[in-house]
Design a binder for this molecule. Structure first.
Ligand code: SF4
Ligand code: SF4
Length: 221
């Protein structure tokens, strides 16, 4: 597992709010921090090996020992990067803040803009919904079961007992946002969002999950 510390967050990034940040702290074998060329220094990569596997891999590529100046410069880059993303939401309080918002009028306000296109779910690194279909190809005696990506924004994805239980865009958007920011910890022990901002970047309606969560929880930006 190779992690890249992010020195250039985009305007839609908000990982600092979610309890992480631009600098990975665990879960990697190697971590790479890019250090741009400066006055008298070349462009270079600072690589940190956190595991035996990472150290073995690092030995297979040409490298020189990092200096204290390299480490300090990488730290300054991470500090600048984090400062570009001031916290916008109290992540640890979101499950409690969002509880009881099921009837909030803001769900209908979002639904006025949301196209139910599912772009946000396509680009989200934590979305995992899928569906199954069975086929019996003509001329064979085989049955084929296929799994394919699905989205909670698809009407048929909530089809249960002869009808879609989330029949409105408001209900589908609520399912998506509250699963990530409210109920995911019950299942997985962590929020279902890493604050990457990809859903905001790729939303054709300009819907920003942070703005919507702020509106629902009464926070201010
Ligand atoms: S900001 Fe959160 S919900 Fe949006 S794409 Fe990234 S992980 Fe998914
Ligand atoms: S990308 Fe935007 S418009 Fe499309 S389903 Fe997601 S929130 Fe709605």
């Amino acid at each position: 597992m190779v992690a890249v510390a992010c020195g250039e967050p985009s305007a839609t990034c908000w990982c600092t709010s979610i309890g992480g940040g631009p600098d990975p702290i665990e879960g990697f074998d190697l971590k790479i921090t890019e250090i741009p060329a400066g006055s008298g220094t070349a462009h270079r990569l600072l690589v940190e090996a956190a595991t035996t596997r990472g150290r073995e891999l690092l030995q297979r590529v040409p490298s020189v020992a990092a200096t204290d100046a390299d480490t300090a410069e990488a730290g300054a880059i991470m500090a600048r990067s984090a400062a570009m993303m001031p916290a916008r939401l109290p992540a640890s309080e979101l499950p409690e803040l969002l509880a009881g918002t099921a009837q909030h009028p803001h769900w209908d306000a979002v639904a006025q803009r949301c196209l139910s296109c599912g772009n946000c779910t396509s680009v989200c690194p934590t979305c995992f919904c899928s569906t199954f279909s069975d086929h019996t190809p003509l001329g064979t005696d085989e049955a084929v079961r296929e799994q394919s990506w699905a989205s909670c924004f698809q009407l048929e994805h909530s089809h249960l007992g002869g009808r879609a239980v989330r029949g409105t865009t408001a209900a589908r958007y609520r399912q998506w946002l509250t699963h990530k920011l409210q109920t995911w910890p019950e299942q997985f022990g962590t929020l279902g969002c890493v604050g990457c901002g990809r859903c905001t970047t790729w939303c054709p309606a300009g819907i920003d999950i942070v703005d919507e969560a702020i509106a629902l929880t009464g926070g201010t930006r």
